[in-house]
Design a protein around this ligand. Structure first.
Ligand code: TRP
Length: 471
């Protein structure tokens, strides 16, 4: 997806811009698939349910949906528009656009911060991807069959307490990602996503179907969709905002990079809507599959990062064909995680290529190995170092392990900041003519509304949540 030069399917679409010759996606669908491959990942199936559980359900979901609609979608449009207009890697697109409109060179820092954030995120993302990998084996080995929720909880507990097993699967996951990125993401990979994404979607529907057959479906549904604002904290609002960025892969230049390959005649607005709706649908389906099981088995909704690994196996252990469905599910979860992880390593590799003249293969190896090494701190946070809270002297970071801190700083600080600057850039700094050209929704009401949201609503929302949280 990202190394399009090697993809014969693209390069055909003509472009009328200065960057003619730059490869292009073959179609709008190809872009949608690549962008959703990045967006749909552990964020939807692992993170969304567990943070929803921790933050009390409905009210949190409502805020999250508002963040997607008012902040996420406009920023995705802005990010893709910058990428398409710049036609280069994020750092160079920003450099190019800033120069074209006579703006400060410092705008390239949006790209730089994104790269650092990608590096940090992938280090723990890969550890979670490793959990999913190990669950492929657990499921195929029949470990869930007829197991009680206690023994399934113990299975997960044992995994977390064993740094060597965690290291093994984290390593396997990183090797997969490094290999794919080193080769350049081939058209074969694109075809695989083409088939696997719809299967993942279908399988989630099967899981929701199973959840409907339990008598706790109503309770799960209500938990997700009936807001109880007394359960919502300001920290919860910040988490919802951060997650809107995380789940849509925003604020770090990934969508910029993908946008640079988007043909001029494709509507950015429509495309951003499609990707966001798809991504949100996957998250909500995951929630609908998981929470009824939580209640049916008397478990804690706020169980934390282990939630899906402690609930779904119960269902697989009881339903007919559970070994097959369970194994398939975790394989698909790994695939979804890998396609997202690729988009996290890519900016790092691109930077090595551009700034240091290091080849793609070497860059993937050096970048990947450093990320792998950093990942070890996340592994240890789960066991040996679980009592180590490096910033514990600050009230805000009390009880947070290195893993918690990496997650917090990237999702709650770096991504919203990146997104804020992207919105400000397109809303206030890039020439209005350019914005009009890229959005190509005319200059009537829809355009004015969009620019209004980008200039005022989005930055205000990010700032309010930020400032409120600092106090
Ligand atoms: N969106 C992915 C998920 O939900 C994670 C991800 C991939 C990401 N690429 C990103 C997050 C870039 C932020 C920026 O799992």
């Amino acid at each position: 997806m990202t190394e399009l030069t090697q993809n014969p399917a693209i390069g055909s679409a003509a472009t009328d811009d200065s960057n003619a010759g730059h490869p292009m996606w073959s179609s709008r669908l190809a872009f949608i698939l690549a962008a959703s491959g990045s967006a749909v990942g552990l964020g939807n199936i692992w993170k969304f349910p567990y943070i929803t559980g921790e933050n009390g359900g409905g009210a949190f979901v409502l805020v999250y949906l508002l963040c997607i609609a008012l902040i996420g979608i406009p920023i995705m449009v802005a990010e893709v528009a910058i990428g398409r207009r710049g036609g280069r890697s994020p750092i160079n697109s920003m450099r190019q656009l800033a120069a074209r409109d006579g703006l400060s060179k410092r705008w390239v820092w949006i790209g730089g911060m994104g790269m650092i954030a990608s590096f940090l995120i992938l280090s723990f993302y890969s550890v979670i991807g490793g959990w999913a990998l190990s669950y492929v084996g657990n499921s195929a080995g029949g470990l869930f069959v007829g197991a009680s929720s206690d023994s399934i909880g113990a299975l997960f507990g044992n995994l977390l307490s064993d740094p060597y097993t965690l290291l093994l699967w984290h390593s396997v996951f990183m090797v997969l990602v490094i290999m794919i990125v080193a080769r350049g993401v081939s058209s074969g990979m694109e075809k695989a996503i083409n088939i696997l994404m719809p299967i993942l979607f279908g399988l989630l529907l099967v899981m929701v179907g199973y959840a409907m057959s339990t008598d706790s479906f109503a309770a799960g549904f209500q938990f997700l969709f009936t807001p109880d604002f007394s359960k919502l904290t300001t920290e919860g609002v910040l988490t919802a905002l951060g997650h809107a960025f995380f789940t849509l892969s925003l604020g770090m230049g990934v969508m910029m990079a993908y946008g640079s390959y988007l043909p001029k005649n494709v509507s950015i607005v429509k495309t951003a809507f499609t990707v966001s709706i798809l991504d949100t649908a996957v998250a909500l389906l995951a929630g609908l599959a998981i929470f009824p099981l939580v209640f049916a088995n008397g478990m804690e909704a706020g169980a934390g990062p282990g939630l899906i690994f402690q609930t779904l196996p119960i269902a697989f252990g009881q339903m007919p064909g559970g070994v097959f469905f369970g194994t398939l599910f975790f394989i698909l979860l790994v695939v979804a995680a890998v396609t997202s992880a690729i988009s996290l390593l890519e900016p790092v590799v691109e930077w090595f290529e551009e700034q240091k003249g290091i080849s793609r293969r070497k860059g993937a190896l050096i970048g990947g190995l450093s990320i792998w090494a950093l990942g070890i701190t996340t592994i240890l946070s789960l066991n040996e170092w679980s009592g180590f809270h490096p910033l514990g002297m600050f009230e805000r970071f009390e009880g947070k392990t290195i893993f918690d801190l990496l997650d917090y700083v990237t999702a709650n600080l770096m991504m919203p900041l990146g997104g804020l600057f992207i919105a400000l850039f397109v809303g206030w700094f890039m020439s209005k003519q350019a914005a009009e050209n890229e959005l190509s929704i005319g200059n009537g009401f829809a355009f004015k509304l969009f620019m209004f949201i980008l200039r005022f609503i989005t930055p205000a929302a990010v700032l309010v949540v930020f400032v409120y949280n600092l106090m």
